[in-house]
Design a protein around this ligand. Structure first.
Ligand code: FES
Length: 142
């Protein structure tokens, strides 16, 4: 085999090796990230703050808390409720119905009060409550 053929074969083998290394990295890196590096969340184990003036009386504000959908309700009497927005039936996200002042789970028509108690439908229990504090016009959740 002459030198030019040998050089050509070496270049081809180098290209194949580089391609294989790239494919290997493309497959293993996501697996490494998923299984070995714990997920991070800016709210993980922490608290979320919501200025009270961001929520009108009778309205609700949805946000993510520890990686899960949550909601803060400012009821028409001015009292507050911080709740998980995850329906305890099959995990759909509830919706605030401002005109009715309750929550609807759109998946199977589960209804909850503004405090998260079950009104009707298949949910087996209330929306989970999240502790909060109110100080200087800021609600701190968690
Ligand atoms: S998931 Fe909410 S009622 Fe079924």
């Amino acid at each position: 085999m002459d030198d030019s053929k040998r050089k050509f074969i070496n270049i081809c083998l180098g290209g194949v090796a580089a391609l294989a290394a790239t494919a290997f990295a493309a497959v293993t890196y996501p697996l490494f990230r998923y299984y070995l590096v714990p997920p991070t969340d800016k709210n993980s184990g922490g608290k979320t703050s919501v200025p009270l003036n961001e929520i009108a009386l009778g309205d609700a504000k949805f946000f993510e808390f520890n990686g899960v959908a949550a909601v803060l309700v400012r009821k028409q009497d001015g009292s507050l409720a911080a709740l998980s927005a995850v329906c305890p039936h099959l995990g759909c996200i509830v919706q605030w119905e401002k005109d009715r002042q309750d929550f609807l789970c759109p998946c199977h028509a589960g209804y909850f009060t503004a405090d998260g108690a079950v009104i009707s439908g298949p949910p087996p229990r209330a929306l989970a409550k999240i502790p909060y504090t109110l100080a200087n016009g800021v609600v701190t959740i968690g």
